[in-house]
Design a protein around this ligand. Structure first.
Ligand code: 9MJ
Length: 699
């Protein structure tokens, strides 16, 4: 940043002010573009506000220098996103995806197998278009609309009640007989025609344009001023529900009909399908209709119609076993690969990133795409200068699908994958996968703790939105603080103010910081000195431990002390492995993290500065089998082994494959052998299937 950019406004000369206004206009416009067109802001709200404030203050001092393209002409270009949080009483689920007919056939087979259905038993599905908008949850109490929320991360969303009230598809009072409490969920979306009209208006008013209808629906719903939302033509389709004191029907189809009777719009293309052939025919049909629907759909959704069966099927992590989204083929475009960059991830993986000549793919400008790893570059014979096909599907990172050989220029040159980490110079190696005996696809930097790129990535992850969520500590600052040695490990963040005593001054002396922004940063850090266990575990950045696994671990162990104590024992891997949803690879990675002395030291430092709040076990905590270790043996007659295991786990039990002194219950069916003998020998409680069902049904 130039010296002018840091200069107090009262000291600016007119020439400097002119230059500064130009810089601010460009910078703010770039942020607006990233926010609106790419839905990917690169600065925090606070930083953005600072830029706008500085612009306004300079303009106040030099009114003759106000530019025609000044950001101050575009008041409220960016919503300030200060909505209250809403914790979803029933989490808002995400759907598992199918990308081929084969995936769908597997899904149907999986459902049938889980339920143990005979081939002759009919299984009915609803098939619904998958609307590409943003999901919302609408709560009604005694028939009155009382709260509306965005999906957020599925657990916690934002309160957008006032905005949703302005949608004509959202009934304020349900018609007819409504349950005491029900959360109707569905998709807020915008039609192509309304989107085009809105962008026309935006253009006329000199405001930034939206990239696609989904972004414009999201942007419109998240306006702080409901009057703005009211002026946007938003619509809503209802398709599922959250908490409900009672349900109006016993099938998905029946509930959708009730939604309609209550005054909601339900997608009129929804159908019932009785065979896989009917399902796939529905998909083809929707593919054909897609272009003329007048609104965006990105696939179709199949759901088991019978709600009793849905309940039996339950969930795998955050997705229901009873539904799947069958996505349409991704959108593609051709462009030139200008260069390849190497990104070093927080676990040291070197990922090649294609730098592309900007191209629009399905309404979004793409400049970077992943090339996955060096084998992929070799397999696709990708060379710098090649014309490549880029693909974007949903929210995933764009990918390079293939090159266009006929368009290869003579100047195209092969890419040599680096054997040293570009960030720290350490050797980058491909480890052998113990299971397959082959080299892993990923080349990894061996620099570990000395690699600044890995450290920065870990810190970035640590402060990211779903981890510690520290506002105002963006990538740029982390890199700068890390370089200066101010923040080397997570604990340093919480020492920043104390350690640099007159902290504000110390930080203010740095580029890009003023008294206000330093104060705001310290406040943001202070707000995070208490953190729930699941977020804390996620923030540690353990390999293979994403949010879902972090939540599972938090629920299993309850407190950080219990978790750390368990990780010290030599049974740790076995114990982790027995948690439903945690496999061997994940268990090994967690254990490896805790075996590393540096990690334990960093954790000890951190725990002196933050309070990790325990996570209550789920509603299953008071089930009669919560915390118990259960072994199933012999054959079961009323449900499949998989269903029995899933049910036990959903009630908080651990299901293990072998009987030991730690086993609490053995459920033995006909044909039980050595496990039953062992149980008797150890004096473990033994139940038959009926007794087990009676026990869990009382839950
Ligand atoms: C969409 N986006 O149209 C679901 N969806 O159901 C439909 N989404 C869904 N269903 C349960 N039609 C979770 C999400």
């Amino acid at each position: 940043m130039s010296a002018t950019a840091r200069k107090p406004i009262e000291k600016l000369t007119a020439a400097e002010a002119r230059k500064e206004l130009e810089r601010l206009a460009n910078e703010i416009a770039a942020h607006d573009r990233r926010y609106y067109r790419e839905d990917a802001p690169s600065v925090s709200d606070a930083q953005y506000d600072e830029l706008r404030k500085r612009n306004a203050a300079i303009e106040a001092r030099f009114p003759e220098l106000v530019r025609p393209d000044s950001p101050s002409h575009r008041v409220g270009a960016k919503p300030s996103e200060k909505f209250a949080k809403v914790v979803h009483r029933v989490p808002m689920l995400s759907l598992d995806n199918a990308f081929s007919d084969e995936n769908v056939v597997d899904f149907v087979a999986r459902v049938r197998r889980f339920l143990g259905l005979k081939d002759s038993t009919e299984l009915v599905f609803t098939a619904e278009p998958k609307i590409d908008g943003l999901s919302a949850s609408l709560r009604y109490e005694n028939g009155l609309f009382v709260q509306g929320a965005t999906r957020g991360d599925g657990t916690e969303g934002e309160d957008i009640t006032a905005n949703l009230r302005t949608l004509k598809d959202v009934p304020l009072r349900l018609h007819g007989r409504a349950p005491g409490a029900i959360e109707v969920r569905g998709e807020v979306y915008m039609t192509h025609a309304d989107f085009a009209a809105l962008n026309k208006r935006q253009e006329k008013e000199g405001r930034p344009l939206y990239a696609n209808p989904r972004n414009s629906a999201a942007g419109s719903v998240r306006q702080l001023d409901p009057a703005i939302t009211a002026s946007r033509a938003l619509r809503f389709f209802a398709y599922t529900w959250g908490e409900a004191s009672e349900l109006p029907a016993a099938t998905q189809w029946g509930v959708l009909q009730a939604f309609e009777a209550w005054g909601f719009k339900v997608n009129p293309l929804t159908r019932l399908c009785r065979t896989t052939d009917e399902i796939l025919k529905f998909y083809r049909d929707m593919e054909g209709k897609r272009a003329s629907l007048g609104y965006d759909i990105d696939g179709v959704v199949y759901k088991v119609d019978d709600l009793k069966l849905q309940e039996r099927l339950g969930f795998v992590s955050r997705s229901p076993r009873w539904a799947i989204a069958h996505k349409f083929a991704a959108q593609q475009a051709e462009t030139v690969l200008e260069d390849i960059d190497i990104q070093v991830g927080r676990t040291g993986t070197l990922t090649p990133v294609a730098k592309l000549k900007p191209v629009t793919v399905g309404g979004v400008v793409v400049q970077n795409a992943t090339l996955h790893n060096e084998d992929e570059i070799a397999r696709k014979d990708v060379r710098i200068g090649d014309v490549v096909v880029v693909q974007r599907a949903g929210d995933v990172i764009p990918q390079i699908v293939r090159i266009v050989p006929d368009k290869r220029p003579k100047s195209a040159r092969p890419y040599k994958f680096p054997e040293r980490c570009p960030a720290c110079g350490s050797h980058a190696v491909r480890e052998l996968d113990e299971k397959t005996g082959k080299a892993e696809a990923a080349r990894r930097c061996t620099g570990g703790l000395i690699c600044p790129a890995q450290a920065v990535e870990r810190l970035k992850h640590f402060v990211s939105r779903n981890a510690f969520d520290i506002e105002g500590l963006g990538e740029k600052h982390i890199i700068a603080f890390h370089e200066d040695g101010l923040i080397r490990e997570p604990a340093d963040i919480f020492l920043l103010e104390r350690r640099y005593g007159s902290g504000e001054k110390a930080i203010m002396a740095r580029e890009g910081w003023g008294e206000q922004s330093a104060k705001k940063l310290f406040e943001a850090i202070d707000r995070r000195r208490d953190i729930p266990l699941d977020r804390f575990i996620y923030a540690l950045g353990i390999r293979h431990v994403g949010e879902t696994t972090a939540k599972l671990l938090a629920r299993t162990y309850g407190s950080i002390d219990a978790f750390m104590a368990a990780m010290e024992g030599n049974q740790a891997v076995e114990e982790l492995d027995s948690i439903g949803g945690v496999g061997e690879t994940v268990a090994q990675a967690i254990k490896a993290f805790f075996d590393e002395p540096h990690n334990r030291k960093a954790l000890t430092h951190l725990l002196k500065l933050v309070t990790v709040t325990p996570v209550a076990a789920p509603r299953s905590a008071n089930s009669p089998v919560a915390g118990k270790t259960v072994v199933f043996t012999g054959s079961l007659e009323k449900m499949t082994r998989q269903e029995a295991k899933a049910r036990a786990e959903s009630l908080g039990a651990k299901v293990s494959g072998s009987v030991s002194a730690k086993t609490d219950i053995v459920v033995a069916g006909p044909g039980a052998g050595s496990k039953l003998t062992e149980a008797h020998k150890l004096g473990v409680k033994v139940l038959d299937e009926d007794a087990w069902l009676k026990l869990v049904e009382s839950a």
